[in-house]
Design a binder for this molecule. Structure first.
Ligand SMILES: [Zn+2]
Length: 331
């Protein structure tokens, strides 16, 4: 059965990241990663995104890039940073790097420590497509480099190489590549076109979202969808349909989005640990629950929110503005 959850193609590209439909706004230019001279030249005129302990240079108006001179100036207060080549803009060729570093003498005051810096969760919803692409890449790389300082084969130190796309062991020269952990995320529907959402105890009160979980070794995405939904919400699904994917570097995931149908909506119940409450929503029920603040949807940056909005607006008369609220991570 073809599922008509998304309406026309233009709304699909709005919903899921445009990256699913077309080229990324950034050309990663991987052929330049092995050309140290070219990278050194590009660095001189690059827009550089500083990353300090998972926080990126950002203000209310978006990302705050610095230039190479500013990095030299900042370097006095920070550990020697690593440069990661993020690529070039497709229009005009502007080069982008991340500069990932840590404080030498870490200020105890968090406000001073991260003045001018924000987490991706804080600013993600406010960024343009190009900015979000760069920020996701920079934060994902920085997270990985920071957590892989030594060689998993021999325990010796590793150093960043190939423009920050790998780490290399200084002893045995083994090359180690950034890891991305696949996780499925599932919009569960029933035959009446309602959707099932769950509440995790660590979330703000009234926040409900779709079901998600990491793919385990030896498991297909589809098997993972079935297992996770059954584990968390006690329902078996069929008609599993791929919707799209989104990078999710918190700290190193990619979310692979599916919708699935259950023929047993009345069986839905929470597992009691990961999920403590489940609720079915028709569109009218969702609209009323959002309006009365009885339902807080996931942040707009999240793939979960895009899936929910996609389902909601697929029927005439239901618009995105009905679901306003919950734009940021913790409100
Ligand atoms: Zn080694």
């Amino acid at each position: 059965m073809m599922l008509d959850a998304w309406g026309d193609a233009s709304s699909l590209s709005d919903l899921m990241s445009a990256r699913n439909q077309s080229l990324s706004p950034i050309d990663r230019a991987s052929h330049l990663r092995s050309d140290g001279d070219a990278l050194a030249l590009l660095w001189k005129t690059a827009a550089i995104l500083p990353v300090i302990d998972g926080h990126i240079g950002a203000g209310d108006d978006g990302l705050r890039f610095v230039d190479a001179q500013m990095v030299e100036f900042l370097a006095a207060s920070f550990e020697i940073g690593e440069r990661y080549f993020l690529g070039q803009a497709r229009d005009g060729g502007q080069a982008f790097f991340a500069w990932s570093t840590s404080w030498i003498n870490e200020p105890s005051d968090e406000k001073v420590k991260f003045d001018g810096f924000k987490t991706l969760r804080e600013v993600g919803s406010d960024l343009s497509e190009l900015e979000l692409t760069l920020a996701m890449h920079a934060v994902g790389l920085s997270n990985w480099h920071k957590s892989h300082p030594v060689c998993p084969r021999c325990g010796a130190k590793t150093v960043a190489d190939l423009g920050g796309s790998v780490r290399v062991c200084v002893e045995d020269s083994s090359q180690h590549h950034p890891r991305t952990d696949p996780a499925v995320i599932v919009l569960v529907k029933d035959a009446a076109d309602r959707i099932l959402l769950g509440h995790q105890p660590i979330w703000p009160e009234k926040r409900f979202s779709t079901f998600a979980g990491f793919v385990e070794p030896g498991e297909s995405f589809e098997e993972c969808v079935s297992r996770e939904v059954f584990e968390e919400a006690n329902v078996y699904c069929n008609d599993i349909n791929y919707l799209g994917s989104q990078a999710w570097p918190f700290p190193a995931s990619i979310m692979i989005a599916f919708e699935a149908i259950t023929d047993h909506p009345d069986d839905a119940k929470p597992d009691g640990t990961e999920i403590v409450e489940v609720r079915w929503f028709s569109r009218d029920e969702m609209k009323a629950a959002v309006a009365s603040k009885d339902l807080l949807l996931p942040p707009t940056i999240s793939v979960a929110r895009k899936m929910i909005t996609g389902w909601y607006t697929a029927k005439a008369g239901y618009t995105v503005s009905d679901l306003n609220g919950g734009e940021s991570w913790r409100n």
